[in-house]
Structures are given as C-alpha cells and as structure tokens.
Design a protein around this ligand. Structure first.
Ligand code: NDP
Length: 497
C-alpha cells in the first residue's frame, strides 16, 4: 500500500454533514404596517383589514385590506374608465414601452421581490430568486414584444382588446401568476383588476410601486386584496368583460357556473395530478433529479407537479432506492436560507389538507417513507414524503395533494403507462423519461395533458403555451396562444390583402 493509499484509508468518513446557515438579508424589504387597495393609481384606505403572516414563523407581517363589494366596484370602475379614456387607444408601441419598463424594473428590484416572496409565501429563496423572479420579468419582456405585432400574431384578423379583465390568482407563485395574467392582458390593450390570494398579497402590493415607477397610466392595473369573497365580487361585477382564474377545480367550476350565459370570456387554469413516467432505458440518475424537481419544487405547491410517479416494473427497485437516498439530502427549513431545498407549507389550512390526505394513504394500505429531518417548531412544515405500494384507486393517487408527497405506481408496457397516466380527471402535464425519441413522440401523442416534458420536468418559458385538458381547465397562458383570451378576434373583418 502506498503512502497516499494509507492516508486515504485512514481518512475519517463524516457520518453527518452539517451546513452553516446562509440567510439572505431580509432588510432589503421595507414593509408597511398597513396596505390599502391600489385603485386608479392611488392607494385607497381599506374599510376592513386582516393580517398576513410568514408561514415559516407565523410572524405577522402587515395588515392588508379585505375588499368589500363597494371597493371592488370602485376598482372595476377605475379599470373601465382607464380602458375607455386612453389605454385602448394609445399606440401599441406605447403600450409595449410600459411593459418593457415594468420588466426592467422587476429585474432591477428582483432581490427585494425574491425576499418578499419567500417571506410571505414560504418558498425557498433559491427558487424565488432563480425561478419566480427571472420568469416574471421574462413574461413582461415577452409580451412587450407582441404588443405592436398583434396583427402578425393573428394574420387576416383585426385583433381588438376586449375591455376590463378580472384576474384571480393563487398563492403558489404569487408574482409569477400575476405576470402570467397582467402581461398578456396589457399587451392586448385591456385594463385589469387583479386579486392576489389571501395568504400571499405582499408581492402584488409591492408590484403597485413598480407600476408607479413605470408611470403606467392610472387605472390600467388595479389591485384589490381579500379572501374568496373578494374574488367572487370580481367575478360578479357587471363591467368586467373577461375572467382569468388560476386555483382549485372546485372554485373554477363555481366561477364557470356563475358566468354561464353572461357572455363574459373565461379561462381556467385548475388542478392537476400529473404522471411522471420513467422507462427502463432512461438515464436513472437524471430521472431521479427530475422526480425530485417534479414533486418537491415549491413544496409540491405546483399545479403541474409530477405527483404520480409511474416506474417501469423492471427498474422499480433501483429507482426507489436512489430516490430515498436522494431524499435524505434535501434540506427542509428557513425559506430565507440559501441552502434550503424545501421551505414552509403556505398555510395552516393547506398543511391540514396535506396531513389529512397522507393519513388516508396510510389507512388505505400504502407504505410511507419520510427521510429523517428535523422540522422547525413554529410555522407550517411537512417532510418530503414518498408512498410506495399505491393502488390507482387510493385517494393519494387520485386527488391533488398540493404538497411534497409522491405516490409511486408501476407499469410494464408503454400502453399500460398511457392508460394509467390518463386515468385521472385532470390533464395538465406529464413527464416522460426514456432515451428513445420515437417513444417520446409516441407517448406525447397519447397523453391527455396540456404539457408533456421529455427527459426534464417543470420547465417554463414565456413563449410556450401552458394549460389543461378536462378538469385542469381551458385556455392557454404563455406564447401567442396566451394573447387570444384577451382579444376580440371573432367580430373582426378580414383585412384586405
Ligand atoms: P382556491 O381555488 O380557493 O384559490 C385560488 C384563488 O381564488 C384565490 O385568490 C382565492 O382567494 C380565490 N377564490 C376563492 N374562492 C373564490 C370564489 N368563490 N370566487 C372567486 N375567487 C375565489 O384555492 P385554495 O387556496 O383554497 O387551495 C385549495 C386547493 O386548490 C389546494 O389544496 C390545491 O389543491 C388547489 N390549488 C390549485 C392551484 C393551481 O395552481 N392549480 C393553486 C392553488 C390551489 P383566497 O386566497 O382568499 O381563498
């Protein structure tokens, strides 16, 4: 044995890795004690308020408005006024200028927004910094580019804005969902009333400051905060011409019922129970990273999360073993720590829902695995979880858990994989892992999902349309398709050549 070999033989193997904490500085964000509604370019003092908190510590962050029906009416009136008196008539290139400004300001203030997003929503700072913020700015850049090219996007038609868009967004990607909604609406020449989710209003309220900095004309974007009652008022408001909603299938159905027969346009982006399908010829280590990203990204609070893992039977054991090993390296904890992989669950209500569904999984006979990890005492936390021995009929294989919980099933043939993947009321997304291009195309043709990722997962790009089939909703966001719901194309006359 050489000297070098002897040295290595004796080198102690660390039994436990510890990481020094690496917290992002919180003082880049200045919170107000109390926020009003942003209506007609002004802050309006709210009549009623509630407290928004940090889900990681339960610390109160600020008082925000709970918009009353009158306050919603005022916001819609401001949007209508802005639409009729200026915004719809300004030149498309001018509209683009505002969108470009918003995109650039978001880039400049991205650290501030990322910290606020993690503080109010519980997501790890590395995700808000590297995913939410860059993608939000990219959406504004992308749609800024379309604003003066609508007639090229829809050739031989005369695209016109439709008026006032009411937009209701969820808590899983607060700023990104705002960008997905506001950027195409403005590019198409509409004005907006937007409601962020009750638990995550702060980044939308900070965004109002960006609108002021960009000198967007008053009333073009109005933001009202509050709970589901405020959302319902926006849906009911007579002067709203289009509703864009992202959230649960249950509320989406209620909105669809409410709007039936009114002639208002509607797009719904609802839940999902996506299959992430691993074939035996896939690069397994890469696939395991894709599984982790598919379900533990953003604590699994992702409508397109790969929450059902379908593994080809012949590689079931190595995949499960690698996955469990990888799970032990995930760091759960302070969202503002740059080392954190899995942050806090967004609310007590969501934590209760995850716990309830996980309990049914155990009762129904599935086998649970959670890596050893210490969860903070305060706040809302759930350890990354894997269920094996899952039957298709179990609730954990059928219902959207919207948390860091993966259910593993197996298949033998591609036909069986397709059948199991499509055996769901949802149809938002799917993943396929295989080395064969022909198999990817074969699968993609048969999977009833709006997005099919191949050898990757949870990849987003503003130029790429996103949306669902079946109970995952209808309409597309992103890409040229994302402009369509904000335009009147039907009543248009054909353009002369
Ligand atoms: P909701 O569908 O209730 O929330 C989405 C948005 O709609 C929020 O802004 C919410 O306000 C608002 N809202 C609630 N009720 C109404 C109504 N009657 N009319 C108009 N707007 C309304 O989702 P939850 O937050 O309750 O989450 C429940 C489940 O939904 C999750 O466990 C998850 O399974 C799924 N979900 C799916 C999402 C997706 O991206 N597809 C996103 C969020 C949730 P408020 O926040 O005040 O309730």
């Amino acid at each position: 044995m050489t000297e070098l070999e002897r040295k290595h033989e004796r080198a102690p193997v660390p039994s436990e890795w510890t990481y020094a904490s690496a917290p992002e500085a919180r003082d880049i964000v200045t919170l107000q004690e109390r926020y009003g509604h942003y209506v007609g370019g002004e802050w309006v003092e709210p009549r009623e308020t509630y407290t928004t908190i940090s889900p990681a510590s339960e610390e109160p962050l600020a008082e925000v408005g709970q918009a009353t029906p009158e306050e919603v009416t005022a916001a819609v009136a401001a949007a209508r006024d802005a639409f009729e008196n200026g915004w719809s008539d300004i030149s498309p290139a001018e509209r683009a200028k505002y969108l470009f400004r918003i995109a650039r300001i978001l880039q400049e203030r991205s650290r501030e927004f990322a910290v606020l997003e993690s503080l109010n929503g519980g997501k790890p700072i590395k995700e808000s910094r590297d995913v939410d913020l860059p993608l939000s700015a990219a959406h504004f850049f992308y749609y800024a580019g379309w604003a003066d090219k609508l007639e090229y996007a829809f050739p031989n038609r005369r695209p016109r804005p439709i008026g006032v868009a009411g937009q209701i967004i969820p808590w899983n990607f607060p700023l990104l969902m705002l960008a997905w909604k506001i950027a195409p609406a403005l590019a198409a020449g509409n004005t907006v009333v937007l409601k962020p989710a009750e638990t995550t209003p702060l980044s939308a309220l900070l965004f109002c400051d960006v609108l002021r900095q960009a000198e967007l004309p008053p009333g073009v974007v109005n933001i009202v905060t509050g709970d589901g009652r405020t959302g319902a008022e926006i849906v009911k408001a007579e002067s709203v011409d289009k509703i864009a909603f992202t959230g649960s299938t249950e509320v989406g159905k209620a909105i669809q019922r409410e709007l039936a027969g009114t002639g208002k346009k509607l797009t719904l982006e609802l839940g999902g129970k996506a299959a992430n399908i691993i074939f035996d010829d896939a690069a397994l280590d890469q696939a395991v990273e894709g599984i982790i990203n598919g379900i533990y990204f953003n604590q699994g609070h992702v409508c397109c999360a790969g929450s059902r893992l379908l593994v080809q039977e012949s590689i079931y054991e190595p995949v499960v073993e690698k996955l469990k090993r990888r799970l032990t390296t995930l760091r759960v904890g302070d969202p503002l720590d740059k080392n954190t992989d899995v942050g806090a669950i967004n609310s007590k209500q969501q934590l209760d829902k995850i716990q309830e569904l996980v309990a049914t999984g155990e009762e129904e006979g599935a086998e649970i695995y959670q890596p050893p990890c210490r969860l903070p005492e305060k706040g809302y936390w759930f350890a990354p979880t894997v269920f094996t021995n899952v039957a298709q009929s179990y609730r954990i294989a059928q219902e959207e858990i919207f948390g860091p919980v993966l259910s593993i099933l197996t298949f033998r043939t591609p036909e069986e994989a397709v059948e199991k993947a499509n055996n769901t009321p949802y149809g938002l997304s799917a993943g396929v892992w295989t080395e064969k291009g022909s198999r990817i195309l074969w699968m993609a043709e048969r999977l009833r999902a709006g997005v099919v990722w191949a050898n990757t997962y949870n990849r987003f790009d503003p130029s790429s349309p996103f949306g669902g089939y079946k109970e995952s909703g209808f309409g597309r966001e992103g890409g040229r398709h994302g402009l369509e719901p904000y335009l009147d194309l039907d009543g248009s006359q054909a353009l002369s050549p």
